[in-house]
Design a protein around this ligand. Structure first.
Ligand code: FAD
Ligand code: NAP
Length: 510
């Protein structure tokens, strides 16, 4: 379905696509980049054929527009004429045509729920559906939502609140044991208070316009063994509140996460330092009125307006160094998010990010991802296979494993790069291996200089079978992979061929 370049990343002419032993190539059409699309949308051309009118579309009408040169698609109740976009869609015309003349919401959500199609396709908007086939589940009548959940998912949390003269405490009863400070994301803005609790693949929202003003900072406490979350707000004035506030969208609803939109808050760039010739460590500061912790192995989306269109790309937070021991972060100190980001001079997003000055803002989404930290419990051998910035999810996983998993016997990282200059945090990795005897690192270079005497080449069955030695025949193993998509896909296949089971492999993807 709808796409932005990261889905076709690495770009067609990027070095990552140089063919070698079955590595993938993607055809490139000149003049059909995202920038070309944005230019077209700003040209004033009538892209819907409706001369700026918005219409109500019936299901019968939608069905008629099912050809490449006349293709309408409905996403979340809004209908777009995507024919002008066909040639710009990195996923290809065929992928878009799968939803031609129909409701493409599910297909869209399966592939890239996070893409901000509202902004990308705003000039293609035909109108709203007259019926409501695409309403997100969160907007179903509450009774229907509860019915669906009863059959499929965990039981719904509930909330309550109480007050003293100076404080208001909102209590969320999750009825789950494995709740921690990562599980709840709180944002307070002038007009809304929003606390999202993530339970497995579901999201529970307390979303209200508070009845009185509160101070900017608040605290979040979790009583893990009973799954209770307390959010303590400080009143601006010591008056008694008659009610918490009035409900906003999806308040008190418990809905599948995939049916919720991504929520963003603006974060300030506080530092940026060179790590390699092309990769930088960015530090963003969360607003004081946000509580957000990104779990190990998960990513967020960064959003920037680029020539008037909001562009979104995924990035994986890291710790500030490999030596920041993993601790349960405690508010209010946990306000910084670090990213290792490679700047591609001909890329679309990263040069803009690199242009930001200290003090500028970038929007950061809620975390996403399917890595579950409990996969590390009782683990004996952890193997990490990373290529380039595919190293980023490994940082927190590595920190977490070395600090929190007593059963761990060894952690081995095989780190694939083009040249020595491309290796992120090389000296930190070597120091860590020296300091902690459970950790080993091997660098593999695809284009080394003649002085390089260690491993070279690409991911291969020979390299993997030599590297992936269990500490005992029965040891509990996890292998994590991340890098360019073809690297990850080839790696997965090789691991299956080496008889590692599905449960023993985790690949990081969008
Ligand atoms: P793009 O515009 O996507 O271009 C990338 C390269 O392809 C450039 O060299 C460009 O020249 C070439 N290219 C693009 N389009 C064309 C074209 N039409 N013709 C020829 N060449 C082209 N990256 C990080 O650095 N750090 C992270 O922590 C990180 N985490 C990620 C997490 C996830 C889940 C995923 C999926 C990706 C992650 N990425 C990360 C990658 C990131 O999302 C972006 O893909 C990356 O930053 C490139 O974005 P860009 O817009 O600057 O480059
Ligand atoms: P890079 O420097 O281009 O590549 C790193 C190493 O991998 C190089 O040795 C490269 O060899 C090799 N390589 C590239 N394509 C390959 C392939 N098809 N098969 C085998 N080896 C291959 O990498 P990068 O620019 O940092 O890009 C990192 C990638 O990781 C991006 O695609 C990014 O989206 C992805 N990423 C994903 C996540 C996630 O999903 N969670 C997180 C972070 C990053 P050559 O250079 O010699 O070709």
């Amino acid at each position: 379905m709808l796409n932005v370049p990261s889905q076709s990343f690495p770009g067609p002419s990027s070095q990552q696509r140089v063919a070698s032993g079955g590595r993938s190539k993607v055809p490139l059409k000149q003049g059909r980049s995202l920038m070309d699309w944005i230019r077209l949308t700003k040209s004033g051309k009538d892209l819907t054929g409706l001369k700026g009118r918005l219409i109500e579309v019936t299901e019968e009408e939608l069905k008629k527009h099912n050809k490449k040169d006349d293709c309408w698609i409905c996403i979340r109740g809004f209908v777009y004429n995507v024919s002008p976009y066909m040639e710009y869609h990195p996923g290809g015309e065929d992928e878009l045509m799968r939803a031609a003349g129909s409701d493409g919401t599910d297909l869209f959500d399966q592939v890239h729920r996070w893409v901000n199609y509202e902004s990308m396709l705003k000039e293609c908007l035909v109108g709203r559906m007259a019926m409501k086939p695409a309403l997100p589940k969160g907007m179903l009548p509450q009774s229907q939502v509860t019915d669906t959940l009863a059959k499929e998912g965990p039981s719904s949390p509930s909330y309550d609140w109480f007050q003293t003269d100076s404080l208001v405490t909102i209590v969320i009863y999750t009825k789950q044991k494995d709740i921690n400070l990562d599980s709840v994301i709180v944002d307070h803005r002038d007009d809304s208070f929003r606390a999202e609790t993530v339970i497995k693949d579901y999201s529970y929202l307390v979303h209200v316009a508070l009845s009185h003003e509160i101070q900017e900072d608040f605290s979040v406490l979790v009583v893990e063994n009973v799954g209770k979350i307390e959010i303590v707000l400080k009143k601006k004035e010591n008056t008694s509140w008659k009610r918490l506030g009035h409900p906003l969208e999806n308040h008190n609803a418990f809905i599948p996460k995939k049916d919720t939109g991504l929520f963003y808050r603006k974060c300030q760039l506080v530092s940026k330092e060179d790590v390699t010739h092309d990769t930088k460590l960015f530090c963003l500061m969360l607003p004081p009125s946000t509580h957000l912790q990104v779990p190990a192995g998960q990513h967020v989306y960064l959003k920037l307006p680029i020539t008037g269109t909001e562009i979104v790309k995924p990035y994986t937070p890291v710790s500030d160094s490999l030596f920041s021991e993993f601790k349960e972060p405690v508010l209010p100190n946990n306000i910084y998010i670090y990213f290792l980001i490679k700047i591609y001079p001909a890329g679309f997003f990263t040069p803009e990010l690199d242009q930001l000055q200290i003090g500028d803002y970038v929007s950061v989404s809620n975390p996403e991802g399917n890595f579950i930290i409990s996969q590390l419990q009782e683990l004996e051998d952890l193997f990490l296979l990373a290529a380039g910035t595919g190293f980023t999810p490994m940082v927190k996983v590595l920190n977490y494993a070395l600090t929190n998993i007593p059963s761990l016997r060894k952690v081995k990282l095989m780190f694939f790069n083009k040249t020595e200059d491309d290796i992120i945090w090389r000296s930190q990795l070597e120091k860590l291996a020296f300091k902690d005897k459970r950790f080993e690192v091997e660098f593999v270079l695809s284009a080394p200089t003649s002085e390089w005497s260690s491993k070279q080449g690409y991911i291969s069955p020979a390299l993997l079978s030599e590297f992936l030695k269990r500490s005992s025949d029965t040891s509990k193993v996890l292998i994590c992979l991340c890098g360019p998509t073809p690297f990850t896909e080839q790696g997965m296949k090789m691991l299956h061929d080496l008889n590692f089971s599905k449960d023993e492999i985790h690949s990081f993807t969008a």
